[in-house]
Design a protein around this ligand. Structure first.
Ligand SMILES: Cc1cc2nc3c(=O)[nH]c(=O)nc-3n(C[C@H](O)[C@H](O)[C@H](O)COP(=O)(O)OP(=O)(O)OC[C@H]3O[C@@H](n4cnc5c(N)ncnc54)[C@H](O)[C@@H]3O)c2cc1C
Length: 368
């Protein structure tokens, strides 16, 4: 079967890229291939659900600034999926933080993100010997299930985009000016193929004898918790080091708890063939191994107010960044056109709002 373009991966990136290829890049027929039975069921579902507004990256001015630029676009495009009916507080730890309260405030001003003091009643829930200052910020969450619905409704409206779930691509290869995409028992063809596989990017590259890209992965656990009533659904993020974050997880009506020290159960880097590992297989093996009690014990040291939070579930997923991003915590995009095969493009974004940077690159490539 032949198409103008094929997108491999039915996460947020794959679906949004498919729309863009149809609407802005001249592809009249687009096919999306997703290995799982459901769309947006992997990293696009299991994440902290933060609509980044820059605050999270005080050591990467560019990432902070790009978040600030992309934020209004994301909020405008997915208004119904954006949840902002809760206060969000960022605390700066006194020790082990790579950023001081003053530096954080200055950073927010430089990138143009609003920041103000937290109310005294909320600050008093924290241990002031450990938290230098607590700030009120403007950073909402998103509901991944609503996001998926919005995308699918738009895809339906646009037309010309076929979606196949339960199709795991095993290999891609260039042949006579076209790209063959091989799945069990079937081969699809297109002159243009975009891989939007996030943590699975290198598995397919290696299986296709294409160059592996420098990526770093973490096998993560997000604990889903219920907060005590007096915290009224608020979000708390403590920066900038081995601390934690409590964010609303709207699609389950709970909060996610993640901790820089305990959320990653395992890390690995891929820089060359032979170093790639199937992230989904590793995730399967991690199920049931929770570090919630270690996370909670540390959270309560800083934030005694969270003592009565209850563990309801844990979700596991691989988190992937470019190898060069791990040091400064930045989140640049991956955009590799003609990667080993003319017309084969690998894309990846370290957070959802980076999608606009990827779409811009696709447009530039189309115009060239
Ligand atoms: C713990 C964690 C917390 C995060 N927190 C945030 C946050 O708060 N805010 C934010 O903006 N971002 C956050 N992120 C990052 C964000 O989740 C990702 O940037 C985003 O989801 C990537 O989307 P994607 O579509 O590229 O990946 P995915 O959603 O993982 O989609 C890739 C798809 O490809 C499919 N696939 C894989 N291999 C194949 C194959 N061979 N054939 C066919 N299909 C295949 C998979 O099944 C999957 O559905 C977080 C990530 C993690 C893991």
């Amino acid at each position: 079967m032949s198409y103008d373009a094929i997108v491999i991966g039915g996460g947020f990136y794959g679906l949004r890229v498919a729309m863009h290829l149809r609407e802005r890049c001249g592809s009249r027929s687009v096919l999306v291939l997703e290995a799982a039975q459901e769309l947006m069921g992997r990293a696009s579902y299991t994440n902290q659900a933060r609509v980044h507004n820059g605050y999270h990256y005080p050591r990467s001015l560019l990432t902070g600034y790009r978040s600030q630029v992309n934020f209004p676009r994301f909020v405008e495009e997915y208004r119904d999926a954006v949840v902002s009916d809760f206060p969000h507080y960022y605390g700066i730890a006194r020790t082990l933080s790579k950023t001081s309260a003053r530096q954080f405030e200055l950073f927010c001003r430089r990138i143009g993100s609003k920041v103000g003091p937290a109310p005294a009643a909320i600050s008093s829930l924290f241990d002031s010997s450990r938290i230098e200052e607590l700030f009120l910020v403007q950073e909402p969450a998103f509901d991944s299930r609503i996001l998926r619905r919005l995308l699918l409704e738009r895809i339906e409206c646009i037309g010309g985009i076929d979606i196949e779930v339960g199709v795991r691509v095993e290999r891609v290869e260039g042949r006579h000016g076209t790209i063959e995409v091989h799945a069990p028992g079937i081969t699809f063809r297109a002159p243009r193929v975009v891989s939007a596989l996030y943590s699975g990017t290198n598995v397919l590259l290696e299986a296709s004898d294409l160059p592996v890209i420098g990526l770093q992965h973490e096998l993560t656990e997000l604990a889903l918790v219920e907060l005590p009533d007096e915290l009224e659904g608020a979000a708390f993020t403590v920066m900038d080091g081995p601390f934690f974050s409590l964010m609303p997880f709207p699609s389950r009506g709970l909060h996610s708890l993640s901790h820089v020290r305990y959320t990653p159960h395992h890390r690995w880097s891929e820089r060359a063939a032979g170093e790639t590992r199937d992230p989904y297989d590793l995730i399967r093996r991690l199920q049931g191994h929770s570090r919630f009690s270690s996370m909670k014990a540390d959270v309560v040291r800083y934030f005694p107010g969270a003592r009565r939070m209850e563990h309801r579930d844990s979700l596991y997923e691989a988190k992937t960044v470019l190898a060069r991003s791990s040091g400064d915590d930045s989140r640049p995009i991956l955009y590799r056109p003609d990667h080993g095969i003319p017309g084969y493009t690998c894309v990846m974004g370290g957070k959802l709002d980076n999608i606009y940077d990827v779409l811009l690159e696709l447009e530039h490539q189309h115009a060239a």
